[in-house]
Design a protein around this ligand. Structure first.
Ligand code: PMP
Ligand code: GLN
Length: 414
């Protein structure tokens, strides 16, 4: 075994996907929609495979199928307010996952530090380590709202002085994930400006994971950190067609940024994956073309999806409140974290186990109640797993019937 694999062998998704497949009747664990993608995308999918476009079965350009990089450059150029060159400012990857992997491989050297905000999407830590870097963690700290209101993901905040103290001359980059998985926090412009100022001051890069960019609720605004002063030149923005069009199995993602950074990402890509499935890229390109033409209009999927998801969020909030699991209402994403500390259960005590309570709870719940969720401790680094160990994460990107079935399990259990 190569040294770079030491300590990165465990994976929460491998473990919980298997548990869910074995025991769950209702799966609100791993994040994926159980409803179909939009009709226009399914139609393009059929067209792509119908034989008219037989070249879609062959290789395409290494750094992104031309129609896809062109429309991504157009759309993100508009969103970021700058002209983007499809060939040098955009690169297509095998999901956002590979985009992240390319970034760490491209920029992180032995001894470099990478700042990661806890709780974080789990793969950042092993990916930084595999590149030889040292992750430096900074927590979002919760502050309970007054007057018995439900907590919101906005109540989880960075301490500005604590954040500043994590930056040093060893800092190569910070990973930002807004909207954040698992909390659903949407970082405000002020919070992003704080991060941006520190990046500029310490000449650090920002790896901005924005896969949930369209899933923002209650009229909140998703601010792209690359659009803030001094940030374009030092930011790689990452997106995912899986989240954008509810097609997680297609594994199409992208990076957007300045050529001075993307040239190195291209080097990693050409020496590892080389290129992504042509047909999937073609269909995603058609989907974006359609969305570009409907931008901001009521029938745009980017307008409709968050509307539907906000209702699903509210439905799950109600189910949880009714049984005494306290939801942290997310401002974005399709995840919701709930506090289980006062929820009664028969999770057996395991003497001398250092497994966090939430992890034992989630395993017990799927085995005994058939309901799958993910423990929040999975989104903390090893030494911090017991800091917040009485929360579980539910995915609400689900059909009405699935959410109803989850509600039935909870109400019966109460
Ligand atoms: N980043 C975050 C925050 C995610 O939740 C996910 C979902 N797996 C990814 C990246 C990876 O996205 P993809 O499925 O496109 O690889
Ligand atoms: N992003 C999804 C989640 O957080 C899936 C992660 C995965 O399968 N690696 O649940």
């Amino acid at each position: 075994q190569a040294r770079r694999l030491e300590g990165v062998d465990k994976n929460i998704w491998v473990e919980f996907v298997k548990l869910a497949a074995t025991y769950s009747t209702v799966n609100l664990g791993q994040g994926f929609p159980d409803f179909p993608p939009p009709d226009f995308l399914k139609e393009e999918f059929t067209r792509a495979f119908s034989g008219e476009k037989h070249m879609l079965h062959q290789y395409t350009r290494a750094f992104g199928h031309p129609p896809l990089v062109k429309i991504l450059a157009q759309l993100f150029g508009k969103l970021l307010g700058r002209d983007l060159d499809p060939m040098t400012n955009v690169m297509v990857t095998v999901g956002a996952y590979q985009a992240l992997f390319c970034c760490f491989q491209a920029f992180v050297d032995e001894g470099d530090e990478v700042i990661i905000i806890e709780p974080f999407f789990d793969c950042y830590e092993p990916m930084v380590k595999m590149a030889g870097g040292t992750p430096v963690f900074i927590p979002l700290r919760p502050k309970a709202p007054k007057d018995g209101k439900l907590m919101s993901s906005a109540d989880w905040k960075l301490d500005p002085a604590e954040l500043a103290s994590k930056f040093s001359e060893r800092t190569k980059a910070i990973v930002l994930n807004s909207p954040n998985n698992p909390l659903g926090k949407v970082f405000s412009r002020e919070e992003l400006e704080l991060i941006a100022d520190l990046c500029v001051k310490h000449d650090a890069l920002c790896i901005s994971d924005e896969v949930y960019e369209w899933l923002v609720y209650d009229g909140k605004e998703h601010v792209r950190i690359a659009s803030l002063r001094g940030m374009w030149d030092r930011t790689v923005s990452i997106g995912s067609a899986g989240k954008t069009f509810s097609v997680t199995g297609w594994k199409v993602g992208w990076t957007v940024g300045p050529n001075r950074l993307l040239q190195h990402i291209r080097t990693v890509h050409q020496n590892s994956v080389y290129h992504c499935a042509t047909a999937a890229q073609e269909v995603v390109a058609q989907g974006f073309q359609r969305e570009f033409e409907h931008y901001g209009k009521p029938d745009s999927y980017f307008v409709q999806l968050p509307k539907e998801m906000q209702q699903k969020r509210d439905q799950l909030v109600q189910s949880l409140v009714a049984v005494g699991m306290k939801p942290i209402v997310p401002e974005g994403t399709y995840f919701l974290v709930a506090d289980i500390s006062e929820f009664k259960s028969d999770v057996p005590d395991v003497p001398n186990s250092d497994e966090p309570y939430d992890s034992r709870f989630a395993k017990w719940m799927v085995k005994n109640k058939g309901l799958a969720a993910i423990p929040l401790s999975a989104f903390y680094c090893g030494p911090h797993k017991n800091n917040y160990n009485s929360f579980i994460r539910f995915c609400f990107a689900k059909e009405e019937a699935t959410l109803k079935a989850a509600d039935d399990i909870l109400q019966k259990w109460k």
